[in-house]
Structures are given as C-alpha cells and as structure tokens.
Write a protein that binds this ligand. Structure first.
Ligand SMILES: Nc1nc2c([nH]c(=O)n2[C@H]2C[C@H](O)[C@@H](COP(=O)(O)OP(=O)(O)OP(=O)(O)O)O2)c(=O)[nH]1
Length: 359
C-alpha cells in the first residue's frame, strides 16, 4: 500500500475557484479484471469492513484505526466535491466475483486516489487493497491504469508517491509501474500516532511505459536522413473570430498523452503537408479546410529521443463545419496570452512565443 490514501475528509480551501483546466466528469476505467470508478454512498459498509483492518490501516498515513463507521460515509461524500473541483480523485477499485456465472456481482476490492498540487503541477498517488484480495496483482493493475489516466487527463507533469521504509512490496510495485526513487522522508501516520520514515517516489510522463507500436506507421517523408529519422508532421493553429487559438489534448495511449497541441498529424508518404493537414483536420475535427486558407507561419525543429520532429505550423481563420472532437479528445479555445497555461510538447514552445507576439 502506498501511504497516502487519505480516508479522512479534507476541507477544500475557502473561496477556491473551480479550475478551468479541471477534467470532465470521471468516466470509469477498466483493466483486464478491475473497474476504477467514483465511490458511491452504498460502498460505505464494504469500505469500512476492508479498511478497518490493522494490516491495511497501518500502512496508510491518514487512516485512523479503529476506523469509525460514520467516517466512511463522510469520506465518500467528500470525494465527490474534491473530484468536481479537480483537487483529488479518490476512487473505488472493484472486481467481479463469480464472473461469468449467474451469481456474478461487483465487489469492492480497495481504493486508489490522486491528490493534486496545482502549484507544483503534480499529484500524489495513494492506494490500498483489502486483505482478502492481496496476492492477486490488484495493486499494480489498478495503479498502472490510474497513472496512465492521470498524465492524460490531469494537468500534472509529475506524480509522486511514498511507502513506509519497511513496506517493500509497495516500493516494488511503484518501481514496476514507472516510479523512480526520490529519496527518503518522514510522514505522520495517524494510526501509528506519529511520524514514520518513508521512501519517496516520483515519475514523469517520460517514465510511462511506451504505448504499443502503431500498426504499419506511415512512412516518414525523409527516411534516409543520417542519425535520427526526421518525422514530418503538419500542424495548424485554427483562429476563431475572437482571436482564440484551438488546442487539442493528446489522448491517453499516445506518446506525450495529456499535453496540449496544435491539431495536425504525420505527413504520409506521397502527401504534401497541406494535403496531410486537410486530411487530419477532417479526421480529428470534422472540418473542411481549403488549401488556400492555410497560411504557412513558422516551423518547429526539435530533437526527441527517438526522432527529429520537423513541423510546419500553418494559420487558418476560415473553415467550414462546426469544430467537433471526433476522437473524444479535449479541445480548448485559448486566448494567445493564456497559451502558456497549457502544458505543450517541448517542440511547441518557440511556436507559442511567436504566435503570442503575432496575434
Ligand atoms: N499534431 C501535433 N503533433 C505534435 C505537436 N507538437 C509535437 O511535438 N508533436 C509531435 C507529437 C507526435 O510525436 C507527432 C505527431 O504524431 P501523431 O502520432 O500525433 O500523429 P497522427 O495524428 O498522424 O497520429 P497516428 O495516426 O499516427 O496515431 O508530433 C503539435 O503541436 N501538434
């Protein structure tokens, strides 16, 4: 168990505004055997039974022991508000008992949570699994899923976690899903009545396991360049009547998931950048753009670990059809001065500065 799955409600700071970058309502996540979903009032009795267990509570920093039954109700109620405000996501891990039989039913297995520190652009991972579900790989399955979700949906650059110094199982789990050692510290453990030494862990988007290779990737246009291959990507800043620029969020499962980008994509073999962009804008946003409405503006040339990106950026003020998130990606119309509030791939930084000055 990682230490900080706070099961005692924490008050929201007074006057806290909902964050405009807060994600939309949480859609349950599925793994091979588990579902991760918001806690419901009717989970309280099971939650209480599982967490009111010294073997579980002793590994968790903010969980009292014994755990009062009422606290389970209060805690579950508080998780809704925290999630709506984009401050924390404390979720149920459930599984199916008697899967495939007439007696199939959903059971609460444990909880997993992320608490965001907006100023540091990081979130802390915490989780626990009920004792009767130990030894089945529930922790790594749920934690790997939520970590992938977090980088794609919450505005964070880093996840952190901690585990008691003698909790080797949890430390190994964190290592397996991409966390790196980040030293040692001390945390107050409510159930232990005081401070305890912990190991600290951290991971960035770059530590996520690589997504499975895309089937038959289109051939990059400049394949024979020595050294790293040059990847040609065409991108576009769509500008609306109010001078706002459209950014799209890279979806979970793609490299750089969760970062905001200019719509566009790879130039396929035999395509011009303009033709590629017209195709991508149709595929991703369901809009029709005429080549004459694409004005070349600037380009990015950036060395990523595995390839060198060459990305012409076009400006476009005219298109037909309503802009639609065809692939379910988050979209944002952003004022030029606010572009730097959105975390973007490193290649885009110079483009953002140019665009801000130009618009
Ligand atoms: N579209 C776009 N891509 C960007 C930007 N900045 C940046 O570094 N990139 C990088 C991320 C990717 O490595 C690459 C674009 O590739 P992609 O995989 O998203 O392209 P695609 O839409 O053709 O995707 P796919 O069909 O191959 O999944 O360019 C940007 O602002 N817009």
């Amino acid at each position: 168990m990682a230490t900080t799955s706070p099961l005692a409600p924490t008050a929201s700071p007074p006057g806290d505004e909902p964050d405009p970058l807060a994600p939309p309502p949480f859609t349950p996540l599925r793994t091979e055997r588990l579902t991760i979903r918001p806690l419901r009032p009717e989970d309280a009795a099971d939650l209480h039974r599982l967490v009111n267990d010294w073997e579980v509570a002793k590994t968790l920093a903010r969980v009292p022991f014994p755990y009062p039954r009422d606290l389970a109700d209060e805690w579950i109620a508080s998780t809704r508000a925290q999630m709506a405000a984009g401050q924390a996501w404390h979720l149920a891990i459930t599984g199916l008992e008697g899967a495939g039989t007439a007696e199939e039913r959903e059971v609460l297995v444990g909880c997993i949570g992320l608490t965001r520190d907006a100023a540091k652009r990081e979130a802390e991972l915490g989780y626990w699994v009920g004792r009767r579900f130990w030894g089945h790989g529930v922790g790594p399955e749920a934690a790997a899923r939520i970590v992938s979700w977090a980088f794609a949906h919450i505005d964070v650059d880093r996840l952190v976690a901690s585990a008691l110094v003698d909790n080797e199982r949890s430390q190994k789990l964190l290592g397996r899903i991409g966390f790196r050692d980040a030293g040692e510290g001390v945390r107050d453990f409510v159930a232990r009545g005081g401070p305890m030494p912990v190991k600290l862990f951290a991971m960035t988007r770059a530590d996520l396991p690589a997504p499975p290779a895309a089937p038959a990737a289109p051939a990059p246009a400049l394949e024979d360049a020595p050294g790293k291959k040059i990847l040609l990507v065409a991108a576009c800043a769509l500008i609306d009547g109010d001078g706002r620029v459209l950014l799209a969020r890279r979806p979970e499962g793609k490299p750089l998931a969760g970062l905001w980008e200019f719509p566009g994509g790879k130039v396929h073999a035999g395509e011009t950048p303009e033709a590629a962009l017209i195709r991508e804008l149709k595929e991703e946003l369901a809009i029709d753009v005429a080549e004459s409405c694409l004005a070349p503006f600037a380009f990015a040339s950036h060395g990523y670990e595995k390839f060198h990106l060459l990305m012409p950026l076009y400006l476009c003020r005219r298109w037909s059809g309503p802009v639609t998130a065809v692939e379910g990606q988050a979209l944002a119309w952003v004022r030029p001065q606010k572009l730097s509030d959105y975390a973007m791939p490193p290649a885009d930084k110079p483009l953002v500065a140019l665009l801000r000055d130009f618009l």
